[in-house]
Design a binder for this molecule. Structure first.
Ligand code: ZN
Length: 479
């Protein structure tokens, strides 16, 4: 493959790939017979983007789910989406969702219609099996038909299955994603190719799936989908204790913290397999707990393959910065949340907390490695939207949260350019000998950096193979 007239860091070049790598870069390269040629017309050629934290299957499932936090119809003010705010609008939203078979709702919050259980959900949907996920990701609520389909009564002793005073399942399942996924697997298969194509259209050539429930069968599923062409990107997986590679994902919940010695045992076990550890830390308490656990299991192996990671680091106070730095931790942040969730943060958090929310620039100043990510399906999938969030930190109401944490467009881009195994570490470049994972923009970086949400990707290449090409009129629409 030959890419002609692309801009690389300010100068126009021709780039040739072979065997999955970049083989030549020069001012002018002659076309060889039979060679695939891409005319870049002065568009910027960048290394492919890597989303350092997302949940691939959940995002694919979301693409055919009802968003219970929004109604899908245009609102009176003409916006494409309006917030679902009460039981009536939730009922309408669910009832309006066409199709048959399982109905899947996400992004539910009790401020909409209280604590849902099977009977309340039946009021909204009773003619097809339905399941609704709480916005926190911790809880699923099933209607009666879904409870029947899954034969939940036979599983009522499973930890996480809530029962009423008569011992009958209420339809509420806590932290049972893996079990639910297994039960639903054959009843409700997911097509992932649409999502993979969408990621390719954003220039994403790799992603890290950070789901704590990933296990050997998930790894196999990813491999098979990759081989069959359903997944076009390079996927790096972390997961549960049973895996032999990839980070161990540890979910911390400040309302239900584990015993420190149990946690240490899990970390040591991961260390023996040369696995890194990734902590889900949203609150200050969770972060301190993770640091305490890591301090007592200091990584003594100087050849450890992977640095340990803090996922989200939503709340990081100044006194914690040196501890993160001393442990050589990467923080995987998601400033993409600030736009949509901003007004809610402003309502629920103190000024002090807001100033320490999803920090970025001060982490860099403190010498901490920072990787950027979507946390899709919970945050916006589009990396350019996330980068814009990192640069502007604006809420949907136009306020700026934590202005001191804004970064330059270049820095935001770098957040997506480090290696999967070292988020915030060395930046991948367009250079001879590098892997040919690239995205070609329609314009030079200098022309688009002022508004990253307007970036358009012309072509995306993984291992020297074209996985996406923009066709006007079809992909011209932005979402
Ligand atoms: Zn996540």
């Amino acid at each position: 493959m030959l890419i002609k007239n692309a801009v690389i860091e300010g100068s126009q070049k021709d780039i040739r790939c072979g065997g999955g790598f970049i083989s030549e870069i020069a001012d002018l390269l002659e076309v060889r017979s039979g060679e695939c040629v891409i005319e870049a017309s002065g568009g910027e050629l960048l290394p492919g983007l890597h989303d350092h934290h997302m949940h691939f299957f959940a995002t694919a499932a979301l693409q055919r789910s009802v968003d219970c936090g929004r109604s899908n119809a245009p609102s009176e003010t003409g916006e494409q989406t309006a917030f679902v705010h009460d039981a009536e609008s939730l009922g309408q939203t669910l009832a309006n969702y066409s199709g048959e078979g399982w109905l899947r709702g996400v992004n539910y919050h009790e401020s909409i219609a209280g604590d849902l259980d099977r009977l309340q959900l039946d009021v909204f949907v009773s003619d097809r099996p339905a399941r609704v996920q709480h916005r926190s990701g911790k809880l699923w609520i099933l209607n009666s038909l879904a409870v029947e389909k899954l034969d939940l009564a036979a599983h009522k002793n499973l930890p996480g299955v809530e029962v009423d005073k008569n011992g009958m399942p209420t339809g509420r399942l806590f932290r049972l994603d893996a079990w639910l996924g297994q039960q639903l697997g054959r009843q409700d298969p997911i097509d992932v190719s649409v999502l993979s194509h969408q990621l390719a259209s954003f220039g994403v050539t790799g992603f890290t799936d950070t789901s704590a429930t990933n296990e050997a069968t998930t790894v196999k599923q990813f491999q098979e989908m990759h081989e069959r062409g359903g997944i076009l990107q390079k996927a790096y997986l972390m997961g549960d204790d049973s895996l032999d590679s990839g980070h161990l994902k540890i979910l911390l919940d400040e309302d239900n913290l584990p015993h420190l010695n149990e946690l240490e045992a899990r970390i040591l076990c991961a260390r023996e397999k040369k696995r890194g550890v990734a902590f889900h830390c949203v609150s200050h308490i969770e972060l301190l707990f993770a640091i305490a656990a890591l301090n007592s299991c200091a990584n003594l192996d100087p050849h450890a393959q992977f640095a340990d990671r803090i996922e989200h680091g939503a709340m990081i106070f100044d006194d914690v910065l040196p501890m993160l730095q001393a442990l050589n931790l990467s923080v995987i942040t998601q400033p993409g949340f600030l736009y949509e969730r901003g007004p809610q943060y402003q309502k629920n958090l103190t000024e002090y907390e807001l100033a320490h929310l999803y920090r970025y620039q001060r982490l860099l100043d403190a010498g901490i490695m920072v990787g950027l990510s979507s946390d899709a399906p919970y945050g916006p999938l589009n990396p350019w939207q996330v980068m814009k969030g990192a640069v502007e930190r604006k809420t949907s109401a136009g306020d700026v949260i934590g202005p001191q944490e804004r970064v330059t467009p270049e820095q935001a881009l770098i957040g997506y350019l480090s290696d999967a195994k070292a988020p915030g570490g060395a930046v991948r470049r367009i250079a001879v000998g590098e892997q040919a994972d690239m995205c070609l923009l329609t314009r030079a970086w200098s022309g688009v950096k002022a508004d990253l949400s307007q970036v358009l990707v012309a072509h995306t290449v993984v291992s020297g193979e074209l996985i996406y090409s923009r066709t006007e009129g079809v992909d011209g629409q932005r979402d």
